[in-house]
Structure formats: structure tokens, C-alpha cells
Design a protein around this ligand. Sequence first.
Ligand code: ATP
Ligand code: MG
Length: 319
Amino acid sequence: MEMTSAKFVATRAGSVPALDIRGVRKEFETFCALRHIDLTVYQGEMLCFLGPSGCGKTTLLRIIAGLEKQTAGTILQLGRDISALPPARRDYGIVFQSYALFPNLTIADNVAYGLVNRRTSRAEIAQRVQELLDLVGLPTSGRKYPSQLSGGQQQRVALARALATRPGLLLLDEPLSALDALERVRLRGEIRRLQQQVGVTTIMVTHDQEEALSMADRIVVMNHGVIEQVGTPLDVYERPATPFVADFVGRVNVLAGTALGGRRFRVGTLELTCEAAAASSSPARSQPLSSSRRPSHRPVQRRYAQPADGRHRKGRVPG
Ligand SMILES: Nc1ncnc2c1ncn2[C@@H]1O[C@H](COP(=O)(O)OP(=O)(O)OP(=O)(O)O)[C@@H](O)[C@H]1O
Ligand SMILES: [Mg+2]
């Protein structure tokens, strides 16, 4: 996809808060979907909400969009309290999993939809629509109808439509999950390039770990209505804050054992040393523990275990 328009000025992800979510809670009658969400999203960054089905990702996104009302808590966008504003008075573009284009409108009219009531002249609208279609790699599709495009192409149009008004925030709810595997991987890269080129602060919901790890500046790992960890892909992969994150983000081998003091622990008949563990965080002697190892990690140790028969055997933990 060619995306070289000089009209889109890239900005680097910085440290200016674009969105501040404070103490957000959501109850659906007796069910609590979000417990207490505190989160700052920085300008220009791409943030992924990652977690299993039902953990509250879409609910949080819909609350940010004003499509759902939070039970408690506030949301500030660039310092302005938007907690009680209706969707039309908030500054965002949104793309859903299903393409949600108007089937009876041409691609150009779909992209122009948000612009027509903004006192923009026809010529300006036409120019902007063409810029956006160029941006998403569909420069000649303006006169077609949605049914004449593939799923991936329709999602590119949905992206163009979401960006038409130059929103301060782009919200994406599983935008790739209806696509086939090849198209999904292709569009991952395209969305990321486009997001960086336009410099728009973006929140993308996904339950696909690989998608989040490959696209996000930071990942918000959620489970049962709470945030388990916020960090860079490397942080959540290499330094998971909780056993849930270790298990959910990437593959992991978990060794259950008993602490022997220092960095040593015992798994079955093997005595192991965990080189990566900080001495200061060593568990107390005899305490049950588990050690999470990524398949790509080096073995835990090369020490010798002393089994009951007294003969030394080399104890090696599979990566
Ligand atoms: N309108 C509603 N009424 C009652 N319960 C709801 C409503 N919307 C969502 N929920 C519940 O809130 C929880 C969180 O839902 P949500 O759609 O946010 O999950 P999700 O993380 O986006 O999951 P998925 O990956 O399946 O899309 C779920 O248990 C869901 O059943
Ligand atoms: Mg969802």
C-alpha cells in the first residue's frame, strides 16, 4: 500500500496524555464488567487492549466512545472531561469488526459521510476523500459499492471513513478478526504504518496476542474486568507482572517447585538455579513457587541434580 501523502504529518508517540481514564467501573445490572480502570493513553501512541473473551475490552472502548455509560469514574480527553458527552460531541473515529459500511452508498460517499454536515464545500470533500482513498491504497475505488470490495478492502474503507474528520483518537474494535489469515497479517502492517504516518492516537481491541505484540507501542492486558499489566510488548512478554499475563501472552512452560533459598529451587529431583531472578526478590526457603519460561529462553541452569540413587545427572530444563 502506498502511503506517501505529504498532507499527513507524522508525530512521534510522546508523553503528552491524550486520554486519562480514572476509576472507571461498569456494572450491567448485577454483573460487574469493569472493576476499577485507571489508564493514561499518550498522544500518538498505539495502544492495544488485549485479553480473553468477556474480559471487558469492548465495554471499555465503548465507554471511551460514549456508546456505553460508565457506572463510575471519569474520562478526560486532552484534559477536558468528556465523561458525560454524547458520542457526537466526542473527538474520535471508530472501526468495528464487521465492516459496517453503508451498502447503498458508494465508497466515496461512505468515506465522505462524516464530512457532509461540516460546512465543507463539495470540492474540498472530494479532495479529502481522494486523499484518504490514496492513503489506504484504494485510489480508484471511489465509485464502487461495498459489495464489490473484498473484506480487507472494506476494512480499509472503514479506516478511511474513521480518519476523514482528522479525529484526535482512533478506536478499533477487533478490526481484523473477520478477515482470512493472510489478509489479517497484511492489514496489521498497513494499519500500523498508517497510524504512524498520520500520528493519530489509537486504541485497538484484540484477543490475538500476536496481533498486539506486533502492532502496539504498549499493551494493556485485561482479565475479568481489571488491568493485569500495562507495558511495551517486550515488557509483557519478558517481564509479565502476573501468572495470568505470563500464560496469556505467548507460550510458556511453567515449572512448579519449592524454594531452596537464594535463587535455587527444586523441581522433583532436580535442583535448579534461576539466573534471571533478582536475589532481592528470592522467595523464602520451602515456599512453593512456579517459574515461567518462554520457549525462546535459555535453560534455567546447568547444575547437577542428585537423585536418590546418589549418581549425578545433568539437570537441564527445557527452554
Ligand atoms: N449490554 C450488556 N448487558 C449485559 N452484559 C453485558 C453487556 N455488554 C457486555 N456484557 C458483559 O460484559 C462482559 C464484558 O463484555 P465485553 O464485550 O466488553 O468483552 P470483550 O472483552 O470485548 O470480549 P470479546 O473478546 O468476546 O469481544 C461480558 O461478560 C459480557 O457478557
Ligand atoms: Mg469485544
